[in-house]
Design a binder for this molecule. Structure first.
Ligand code: DGL
Length: 266
């Protein structure tokens, strides 16, 4: 038997990545940690995001995971470059897979990037895209109200549409044909974003690519779980387990029976 894959996010958004991991790696044990006591990360300083990220990684390492998947764009943009190489376990972020897919998908070489304030201010996606193709035009927009909308379950309707129209104006004006959903909460808002941007727009949610990358790393390191293994999935949060398990249904399609409250610092 192999060890589990560790996954963390500031809260519930990382479940969009868990869903894809389960789809592509159905036999793997997964340990998820959502830092619900300290969410949102997207409006916090670099120092704070780095500190929280290290604490979350240490918590997962205590559970003896074989790989850590950072299912949060904010952490991937702000903290990962600084801390990734300090740990022996492979750590996979969501940034490069999403950027690669967007560069591959765009036909008119105009890409929109939406995310939290921290992710957009870091310009991490721009840097990643420019490395792949410096001729691409990039329009970025922070959408800080999207996360609370998703967490409140307001996935459609007038209010969220009006906000989306305001946020997406510059992307629409620039005629982007591809948008990176640079926050793990945003895939739940795909229908609204499509309604505002038009059905032809390509929406990149990096979950699929991230899961593929995790699978490749595990295969290369001979760490894949046996096909006969019956997987165990454990979900931890730093606050509000009942709230988390209710919200999980929106992300995974089913509610979670057991969600355990822990303090990642202890
Ligand atoms: N899920 C986080 C991300 O992908 C956003 C939520 C937050 O601000 O903590 O960036």
């Amino acid at each position: 038997m192999q060890k589990a894959i560790g996954v963390f996010d500031s809260g519930v958004g990382g479940l969009t990545v868990v869903k894809e991991l389960i789809h592509q790696l159905p036999n793997e044990d997964i340990i998820y940690f959502g830092d619900t006591a300290r969410v949102p990360y997207g409006i916090k300083s670099k120092e704070t995001i780095i500190r929280f990220s290290i604490e979350n990684i240490l918590f997962l390492l205590k559970q003896e995971v074989k790989l850590i998947c950072v299912a949060c764009n904010t952490v991937s943009s702000i903290a990962l470059p600084a801390i990734k190489n300090h740990f022996r376990v492979p750590i996979v972020g969501v940034l490069s897979p999403g950027a690669r897919e967007a560069v591959y998908a765009t036909k008119n070489k105009r890409i929109g990037v939406i995310g939290t304030k921290a992710t957009i201010t870091s310009q991490a996606y721009e840097k990643e895209i420019r490395m792949l193709d410096p001729t691409i035009r990039i329009v970025s927009q922070a959408c800080p109200l999207f996360v609370p909308f998703v967490e409140e379950g307001w996935l459609n309707g007038r209010a969220v549409e009006d906000v989306a129209k305001v946020y997406l104006t510059s992307l629409k004006k620039a005629g982007v044909d591809t948008i990176i959903l640079g926050c793990t909460h945003y895939p739940l808002l795909k229908p609204v974003i499509r309604k505002v941007m038009g059905q032809a727009v390509v929406l990149i949610d990096s979950a699929k690519q991230v899961a593929t990358e995790v699978k490749q790393i595990l295969a290369n390191e001979a760490l894949l779980e046996a096909k006969s293994h019956r997987p165990d999935r454990a979900f931890y949060v730093s606050d509000g387990p009942a709230w988390f398990s209710g919200l999980a249904k929106r992300f995974l399609g089913y509610s979670l029976k057991t969600v355990t409250k822990v303090d990642p610092i202890v």
